[in-house]
Design a protein around this ligand. Structure first.
Ligand code: AMP
Length: 574
């Protein structure tokens, strides 16, 4: 039977607010959790993905039961990141806008603690906080939890994986025993069970969907590319989806930065968030992304936590994560709030075992898609261009003055010529870009070709090489033979195939057989060169003599075959 919000016993003020927000009927986690929380004080463990409506699932029944005549903290919601915390606090504000005297506060790092303390002092009933800042405020004796009746742990698995276990333990120990604890998590690692055992009393469990599986509106696609072609494959996938609005997940800060830099230099509408990005810059990037002025957000897993965007068309795994649960989180960023989404993995042929592990966890078989060819991309882009042209708003009044002269100039052109000229104006660059772009799909036959050539020691084909950055260069007096010796030492193996070595002023690049790439950065841990501790990180493939990629916003891109853009300008929302 379909449950309605009106059936759940929530206050009129709440029903009005959520109806103004466009909530028509409760999501599955909402109907289960709200029904339970309105009727019972039993603790609750809810296994639900992000995007399933879990914020309202715990907020609405708590809000309903808060005593607004009491200006004391009655509920504490802990969230792993400031973004998620801010989002929850914002939602709570919206849900309570018709309830007089209701006060909440969000407390998180990177923002004035004094302002937060002032708000708390004025009297709040709900505190939404990150574990770090909450603990800080507890230590300063600014939070009085003696009246707490509800404790919510949101995205509890994320909190643990971000290393907040000790903070959580300290916070939980300082709260009264007779509260109701609600734990929401997308996955159920053993530590969550431990928290549930230690801090909850006989909790009721609800599971929305299957344990540890992905959101159901998400399709999972993978593209097989050699390590060298990973970046080119990414560009082609993006070019094939002109309306893409996506997060591209990378493994390291360096890779995140490199990919975002390369994409934006080549005219794509991309920017990055990672651990080295300042809070101010991060907010700037996030605002552009939320408002869709930015189309591609390149991010590390940690930086992307709490990114609160609901209508992503795609999530792209530039690399598969080592931990399949991370994949569940990544892919859960799309297909939210009832929308459809696609999670894309770019997979190297030797990473297929990892793909199988992820498929097992998600309980879905991923569809292999072929990396689009230049011709396919040109066709898609052409139709997208025509579509844009057909739908462009014509400002009749503004162009009226110029129209006679324009028509006069074009008078000699037939309708067909005119169309050809206009289409070519925008499209020639694309055609040129993809002219002669080879098929980069891995097939049985070309995989063998590559192996054969390598094993015969003929012309070196570096398609199965992975490229790395190492933090020593000419100024450390390093020579290629030193790099070879270091690689061999790190690998503890004989004769790992080594590709190109490029020594720069203060760092270098080298390539090794991709099969040995996975553990290489860790293998370099604790190694030094002439006293310098070594740091090795994956780097993107060296540029080929063909670009293999386009960029949706190529006008003004800065690669060699395009005119230099005089000044970076803000792009219009798409
Ligand atoms: P959450 O999982 O709480 O992050 O919610 C994901 C998105 O779904 C948010 O934008 C919510 O505002 C929206 N949402 C939550 N519940 C409902 C509902 N019952 N009907 C429509 N949208 C909802």
């Amino acid at each position: 039977m379909d449950v309605k919000f009106e059936d759940l016993g929530l206050k009129e003020e709440i029903l009005t607010a959520i109806s103004e927000m466009g909530y028509e009927k409760p999501t599955p986690v909402q109907s289960e959790a709200i029904t339970h929380l309105m009727a019972s004080h039993q603790d609750l463990v809810a296994l639900a993905q992000t995007g399933t409506g879990k914020t309202a699932a715990f907020s609405l029944p708590v809000i309903h039961q808060i005593d607004t005549s009491l200006k004391k903290i009655q509920a504490l919601v802990l969230s792993p990141t400031r973004e998620l915390g801010i989002q929850i606090a914002k939602n709570i504000e919206q849900y309570t806008k018709h309830i007089p005297g209701f006060r909440s506060v969000a407390v998180y790092g990177g923002s004035s603690i004094d302002a937060q303390i002032r708000t708390i002092k004025r009297g709040v009933q709900v505190v939404v906080g990150t574990p770090g800042r909450t603990l800080d405020l507890i230590k300063r004796k600014k939070l009085d939890f003696s009246n707490i009746r509800w404790l919510v742990l949101d995205e509890a698995d994320e909190m643990l994986s971000m290393g907040f276990t000790e903070d959580l333990n300290s916070i939980l120990e300082g709260t009264p025993d007779e509260k109701q604890t609600l734990l929401f998590s997308a996955t159920m690692p053993p530590e969550i069970n431990r928290i549930a055992k230690n801090y909850m009393k006989d909790p009721k469990s609800i599971t929305i969907g299957t344990k540890n599986t992905g959101a159901k509106n998400v399709e999972h696609h993978y593209y097989l590319a050699s390590a060298r072609d990973r970046y080119i494959a990414l560009k082609r996938i993006v070019d094939m989806h002109p309306k893409i609005y996506a997060i591209i997940f990378c493994r390291t800060r360096r890779e995140t930065k490199e990919i975002a830099d390369s994409l934006s230099q080549e005219g794509y509408n991309a920017d990055a968030i990672h651990g080295d990005v300042s809070q101010v810059q991060r907010e700037y990037v996030m605002n552009r992304f939320r408002s869709k002025q930015l189309q591609l957000l390149v991010a590390t897993d940690v930086a992307a936590r709490g990114v609160d965007v609901d209508d992503l068309t795609h999530v792209i795994n530039y690399n598969l994560p080592d931990d399949p649960e991370i994949y569940v989180h990544r892919s859960g960023r799309t297909g939210r709030a009832g929308k459809e989404g696609v999670s894309i993995c770019i997979v190297h042929s030797r990473e297929q075992h990892k793909l199988r592990q992820v498929e097992k966890m998600v309980k879905k078989t991923f569809d292999r898609k072929m990396i689009p060819t230049g011709a396919e991309i040109c066709q898609t882009q052409l139709f997208s261009l025509l579509d844009k042209m057909k739908n462009v708003e014509v400002k009749e009044e503004e162009i009226a003055t110029f129209l006679p002269a324009v028509l006069e100039t074009l008078t000699d052109l037939s309708r067909e010529d005119l169309i050809k000229q206009f289409v070519s104006l925008e499209f020639n660059r694309f055609l040129k870009y993809y002219e002669n772009a080879p098929d980069i799909n891995i097939t049985k036959s070309n995989r063998n070709d590559r192996r054969d050539r390598n094993s015969r020691g003929g012309r070196r084909d570096n398609s199965n090489f992975a490229r790395f950055h190492i933090n020593v260069g000419h100024k450390h007096n390093i020579l290629p033979k030193d790099i070879i010796a270091l690689i061999n030492r790190a690998n503890k193996r004989d004769r790992v195939a080594i590709g190109q070595i490029d020594i720069m002023k203060s760092f270098s690049f080298f390539e090794i057989d991709a099969a040995y790439a996975e553990n290489l950065p860790t293998a370099f841990n604790k190694m030094t060169f002439k006293g310098t501790p070594l740091m090795v990180e994956p780097s993107k493939p060296k540029k080929n003599n063909y670009s293999g990629g386009g960029g949706n916003y190529r006008r003004g891109g800065r690669s060699s075959d395009r005119p230099k853009r005089p000044k970076r300008r803000n792009r219009k929302p798409f």
